[in-house]
Ligand binder design. Structure first.
Ligand code: ATP
Length: 365
């Protein structure tokens, strides 16, 4: 049974409907993520789960109990939900230990002390309980906020853009640490972020949102390799669409040759327009195009973006269409050079014929 279930919820602010027929299920101990561009409704869904917003329709069930319907709402303080915010929201006048102990009620002083010590150790701040928040770094403050939220053993943990005040390097490191901490406590959690790298680092399952709806609820792997529609394909990762023709269940002819899919073709929009013989757009990711000096297939370097370990090349094909290729950076080629490439596509994703030759998330030539 799901630990958290949202069933066709709607929410509007006046005439502005910001959450539309949204459903999701999360099993105990799983970390879910609501990912999407600014204004798509992520935080509003989180606020509905926390009990701060009244639903217009649908219901929310937490740990077997219906907590929200349009007619009834269990107050936030009775939902056993822990929250972590982007600004940490620590109490400046309380020590680190007292911040963590804040939500602990009903325990004896000895039990409280033991629980605080346990959490300080869990978040790697074992000896720092006597310090005050202003004496700690941003990353440490966020770990204290996490410890404080976990202290009362919440039924569900909600994290709203918890890393956005941190610099990029720390953000990445902390996101892996936070995942490990949450997993070690077997807490069910929902993260909200607009950053797909954070979502990939932390979540088991991700719901990509657009205009109040979940476009695809899936694993990070499937969002990248099996996008359900063009919005998902565009938002997640980088890539390009090239024109192709479906030959049979597992093969598509494109300008670069025949793509053999290891599984039956995935039509991103699940329609008949991608049937045999039809013209389609094929999604090619930068890792689908492999640089190979010995290959007879060549493409012209239109643009290059140096990224340290790799170079992301934008390559111009004979037809003028562009594709991306991620290449180890010791293969350093100049713009205008022709380089050998081969295809290494595992799952072939097609969409009904549309605006092809387009690449997204691409550096401008
Ligand atoms: P961001 O990443 O920028 O925080 P988001 O995806 O979390 O965006 P929400 O904050 O949920 O988006 O907002 C969704 C929409 O609802 C926006 O159009 C926003 O202006 C509107 N909205 C949010 N809260 C309110 C409110 N209290 N009253 C009126 N409109 C609101």
């Amino acid at each position: 049974m799901s630990h958290l279930e949202l069933d066709r919820i709607d929410l509007a602010f006046g005439d502005n409907v910001v959450v539309r027929q949204l459903s999701l299920h999360l099993a105990k101990g799983r970390i879910g993520c609501l990912l999407g561009p600014s204004g798509c409704g992520k935080t509003t869904v989180l606020r509905c789960i926390a009990g701060f917003e009244r639903l217009a329709s649908g219901h929310i069930r937490l740990d077997g109990e219906i907590v929200s319907t349009p007619a009834h709402s269990v107050p936030p303080e009775r939902r056993r939900i822990g929250m972590v915010f982007q600004d940490y929201a620590l109490f400046p006048h309380l020590s680190v230990a007292d911040n963590i102990a804040f939500g602990l009620r009903g325990e004896t002083p000895t039990e409280r002390r033991r629980r605080v010590e346990e959490l300080l150790a869990l978040v790697g701040l074992g000896s720092q309980g006597g310090k005050f928040p202003h004496e700690m770094s941003g990353g440490q403050q966020q770990r204290i906020a996490l410890a404080r939220a976990l202290a009362p053993r919440p039924s569900l943990l909600l994290l709203d853009e918890p890393f956005s005040n941190l610099d990029v390097e720390l953000r990445e490191r902390l996101s892996y640490e936070v995942r490990d901490i949450i997993k070690s406590t077997d807490t069910t959690a929902i993260l909200v972020t607009h950053d797909q790298h954070e979502a990939f680092a932390v979540a088991d399952e991700i719901g990509l949102m657009h205009e109040g709806r979940i476009q695809q609820w899936d694993t990070p792997y499937n969002l990248y390799h099996r996008p359900a529609n063009r919005f998902v394909a565009d938002f997640i990762g980088q890539g390009a669409f090239v024109r192709g023709r479906v030959l049979d269940d597992q093969r598509v002819q494109v300008e670069l040759g025949v793509l053999n899919s290891s599984t039956p073709l995935v039509c991103g929009e699940n329609c008949a327009a991608c049937a045999h013989g039809s013209e389609v757009d094929v999604l090619l990711r930068p890792d689908d195009i492999v640089h190979d000096d010995t290959s007879p297939l060549v493409a012209e370097v239109a643009h290059k973006a140096f990224r340290g370990a790799d170079i992301l090349y934008t390559l111009r094909l004979g037809s003028g269409a562009r594709v991306l290729s991620l290449v180890p950076s010791h293969h350093n080629h100049a713009v205008g050079e022709h380089i050998g490439i081969r295809l290494d596509v595992d799952h072939v994703v097609t969409f009904p014929d549309g605006d092809t030759g387009r690449s997204f998330s691409t550096p401008k030539p």
